[in-house]
Design a protein around this ligand. Structure first.
Ligand SMILES: C[S@@+](CC[C@H](N)C(=O)[O-])C[C@H]1O[C@@H](n2cnc3c(N)ncnc32)[C@H](O)[C@@H]1O
Ligand code: SF4
Length: 433
């Protein structure tokens, strides 16, 4: 999982860590506290029986959009004709029933409706799904329940109904407040609609709002990127996700890249400048692309990045589940195409694949997530979430520290500023042989 909350290819490298130069300055090598000095010579990844089920989240994928954006590689499909909302909710509940044995007795801490464009779904459909889910699973009281919202689908009255259904956080895909940029991105909304959608949601009582912005857009300069942030701040969201536009394989932009994209240095300058603006406006960075006011981090995404568990329900959704009884970690994903998913949901035929994450892959998967976080991770959490002793990763930690990419303090390992520029290289140290 990289951008936002769509758990898809969890072993993909993080996207928003763009090195400006390939030379990392080395600092003096040091030993890790749990190492007696010969730690780089451990033969096999040592295991100990500490793998305990972490917090559980529920991801629900709603795959349709009004129109496919030219930069988007998510499992999203342009809806043609009336969409089968009711049949899809039936399929989601059947899918959930089928996955339930993986999570007997556990409590769901967060729910995330991602897409696609979940806000295409009527509130009654979201309500029916949440009621059905609550009848099958324990959902923690006060659980964060997020719905991704496209400003072009906002309608008067709809936000009140989402709130009544139990949604308590909205994530707006705004991308830019510049109408020229929005048109180049193929968005269905303009800046006026974006602002009025956020205000409608606030009037409906939503105070936990995220705004997704992208930067390094075609034709965008630093002043325009900064102006986008100022327009976002004026709406006072609790959270801002600030993504660098990436050209993803199999998208229109990858096939025909816009000729006026900012170059790598231009993109880097925007990122640095915008980070300063976000900090000054009270949005603390806690992940590569995520910034929040105090106490408003996205609990759902944090659970991914802390290598928590999640059920993935819906077309193309991925799940990761720790089974306590035999200390194993499993991944399961569903078929991507909505028509096939609708036909097969709730049966084995809807499962795109099942995989077991062996001990040798766990350090890499863990770091792929945890090293996105400014807070880094504790060695105790590494052991609890992977079932491995900390000494399994001592050689890599020493090397990364020697290169100035990681630092350790108060029992936590954190990426340095340099490490954050080289996230891909740091994570690659943990790849299995
Ligand atoms: C799954 S999308 C869902 C949001 C919603 N469908 C929308 O676009 O309004 C989540 C976010 O990922 C970001 N995103 C999508 N494609 C991207 C790309 N190629 N590069 C960078 N960010 C991207 C956008 O900011 C988008 O809002
Ligand atoms: S609206 Fe969102 S999910 Fe749909 S195509 Fe555009 S970026 Fe992708």
């Amino acid at each position: 999982m990289t951008r936002c909350s769509s758990p898809t290819a969890t072993t993909a490298a993080p996207r928003n860590s763009r090195p400006r130069s390939r030379t990392a300055s080395a600092t003096a090598a040091r030993h890790w506290p749990h190492c007696a000095g010969s730690c780089s010579t451990w033969p096999d990844p040592p295991r100990m029986p500490t793998l305990t089920p972490p917090p559980l989240s529920l991801y629900v994928h709603l795959p349709w959009c009004v129109r496919k954006c030219p930069y988007c590689d998510f499992n999203s499909h342009q809806g043609r004709g009336p969409l089968p909302f009711e049949a899809y909710v039936d399929a989601l509940l059947a899918d959930l029933d089928h996955d339930l044995p993986l999570v007997w007795g556990r409590t769901v801490q967060t729910v995330f409706f991602g897409g696609g464009t979940p806000s295409l779904f009527p509130a009654a459909a979201i309500d029916r799904f949440l009621q059905g889910a609550s009848a099958r699973l324990r959902i923690a009281p006060g659980a964060e329940i997020t719905l991704e919202t496209n400003p072009g689908t906002a309608e008067h009255g709809r936000f009140e109904l989402y709130r009544q259904a139990g949604v308590n956080r909205l994530s707006f895909g705004i991308q830019s407040f510049d109408d020229g940029c929005l048109a180049r991105l193929g968005r269905i909304h303009d800046s006026r609609e974006a602002e009025s959608a956020v205000k409608l949601a606030q009037d409906a009582g939503f105070d936990n709002l995220n705004i997704d912005l992208m930067y390094a857009l075609p034709g965008q300069d630093l002043a325009m990127a900064a102006h986008d942030l100022q327009r976002a701040f004026a709406l006072s969201p609790a959270h801002v996700s600030h993504y660098q536009l990436t050209l993803e394989p199999n998208t229109v932009f990858a096939a025909r890249p816009p000729d006026d994209l900012p170059d790598e240095d231009g993109g880097w300058d925007m990122q640095e400048h915008c980070q300063g603006l976000l900090a000054a406006a009270g949005y603390a960075q806690y992940e590569v692309s995520a910034y929040a006011r105090e106490g408003r981090q996205c609990a759902h995404n944090l659970n991914y990045w802390r290598y928590g568990d999640y059920l993935g329900i819906g077309a193309g959704a991925h799940g990761k589940i720790t089974l306590g009884h035999d200390e194993s970690i499993h991944r399961r994903w569903k078929h991507k195409h909505p028509a096939r998913y609708l036909a097969d949901a709730g049966t084995d035929a809807a499962i795109g694949g099942d995989d077991t994450v062996g001990p040798e892959r766990r350090p890499f998967e863990y770091m792929l997530n945890a090293l996105r976080l400014v807070e880094g991770f504790s060695l105790a959490s590494f052991s609890a979430r992977t079932g491995l002793e900390a000494r399994a990763i001592t050689p890599q930690l020493e090397l990364a520290t020697a290169r100035g990419w990681l630092e350790e303090a108060d029992g936590r390992v954190r990426p340095t500023e340099l490490g954050r520029r080289f996230t891909n290289d740091v994570v690659a140290l943990f790849l299995p042989d």
